[in-house]
Write a protein that binds this ligand. Structure first.
Ligand code: ZN
Length: 427
């Protein structure tokens, strides 16, 4: 399981790559690839299907003979994006003999964690095609050490260890060469990489990634360190749960949705704030013979498990945690609760996830945020309010959330996958 997660993380330096890797894994287990703009009415629900749009994926499997009057959806949601540094549209800059690339900060980056790392680049690039054809968008990655945000030497900042201050505009611009600004810039580099003319490079969504591969960590190797554990570990568990589903329930459609743009609030065409999930569920219902009335009744019976990283207790900062709610690495999935609905869990949905953990024979833990710290959020409350569906927020415990390199427990990926699998199998 851990090797499979490591492969998934390595295949997914950008949300577009994560979505493509999820599709590839699901297609390899028999699901059919389709698109949001294709017809879903003739698809074989028992075989299952998967649609990708940018960094977002929806996949479903259901028994064809499901009674539309009893239909419900068992949904697992997660997110493909992670906080990082993204290349600006006009990135070329240089001063004092350096070549630099302008970046914009995506999401709640722990800025210090990006200092002094060897960074590659990845994302998608839209290029002009030949005469008569429209532009095409291609996935691209480069795993050479291209960029670095060099930290200031301590001799030039004697206060660095008393609270490092990093300005998002001034201090995070990576170097990527010497010689100062030249005419041969980022567009020319991309053109060379993609074997097209520079004029054919129309636009890009490109971001930096740490080149250090995932690794086991610790005296006995019981932890693992990797980039983007939040929330590729959740995406991986969702994909594995759906791919591994042996028997389909006779009244529930099993659905997973992996959204882009969670880290910036989910309001986008492919984020959890979009109609993507509601539309997909209605179309899946229609493919199973449900009317609009039957679809709306199905939603009222449905449950979404929103899977996202959870905060394990930090041994050096115990005072940052609510003393009765201290999740441990390798302690099993965490159920996240917040009465102000920063997490969407309520008593009913909480109990249903506990039943899934019991069915999978995995332990679970419970998280509640300190009262004197603002609580983060997930796609859970957004999904609940967009669809009027019950949601439970869960996730594997981890440390260093939003760092360029995070830390998890080696046992947790298999336990989360098993719990999600039991949820899909039994609802
Ligand atoms: Zn997350």
């Amino acid at each position: 399981m851990l090797d499979s997660l490591f492969e998934f993380i390595e295949a997914s330096p950008s949300p577009y790559h994560a979505a493509a890797a999820a599709v590839e894994r699901l297609v390899a287990t028999g699901l059919v690839e389709t698109g949001r703009s294709d017809s879903w009415s003739e698809l074989d629900a028992a075989q299952g299907f998967v649609a990708r749009d940018g960094g977002t994926v929806v996949a479903a499997r259901a028994t064809e003979s499901v009674d539309p009057d009893r239909l419900r959806f068992s949904v697992i949601g997660a997110h493909t994006d992670s906080p990082n540094l993204r290349i600006r549209p006009l990135p070329d800059s240089g001063a004092l003999g350096y070549r630099q690339l302008g970046v914009e900060i995506y999401g709640g980056v722990l800025l210090n964690s990006w200092l002094d790392r060897d960074l590659g680049l990845s994302g998608r690039v839209t290029v002009a095609s030949g005469a008569g054809d429209g532009p095409r968008t291609v996935l691209w990655r480069c795993d050479r050490a291209l960029l670095r945000v060099p930290q200031l030497a301590i001799h030039l900042d004697r206060d660095a260890n008393d609270g490092l201050k990093l300005d998002r505009q001034q201090h995070m611009t990576p170097v990527w060469g010497l010689g100062g600004l030249s005419a041969d810039g980022f567009r020319e580099f991309l053109a060379e990489e993609l074997a097209v003319e520079p004029d054919a490079v129309l636009a890009w969504d490109v971001m930096a990634h740490d080149l250090t591969p995932p690794a086991r960590l610790g005296r006995d190797g019981e932890m693992y360190a990797a980039a983007r554990i939040d929330s590729l570990a959740s995406c991986h568990a969702a994909v594995e749960a759906l791919a591994g589903l042996k028997a389909l329930p006779d009244d529930a459609a099993a659905v997973i949705v992996l959204f882009d743009h969670e880290e910036i609030g989910s309001d986008s065409a492919t984020g959890a704030g979009s109609p993507i999930l509601a539309d997909a569920l209605e179309r899946i219902g229609a493919a199973l013979g449900a009317s609009r009335e039957q679809y709306l009744r199905a939603v009222a019976r449905s449950l979404c498990v929103s899977a996202d990283g959870a905060h394990a207790v930090h041994p050096n900062y115990p005072e940052r945690h609510e003393p009765q709610h201290l999740p441990l690495l390798n302690g099993g999935p965490v159920i996240k609760t917040n009465v102000n609905v920063r997490y969407a869990t309520d008593a009913r949905t909480h109990a249903r996830f506990v039943a899934a953990c019991d069915a999978a024979d995995v332990p679970y833990q419970i998280y509640s945020h300190r009262g004197d710290l603002p609580c983060g959020s997930t796609i859970g409350p957004i999904t609940a309010s967009r669809l009027g569906m019950g949601v439970v927020d869960v996730g594997s415990p981890q440390l260093s959330m939003h760092s360029a390199r995070e830390l998890g427990g080696c046992e947790d990926p298999a336990m989360l996958t098993a719990a999600l699998g039991a949820f899909l199998a039994e609802g």
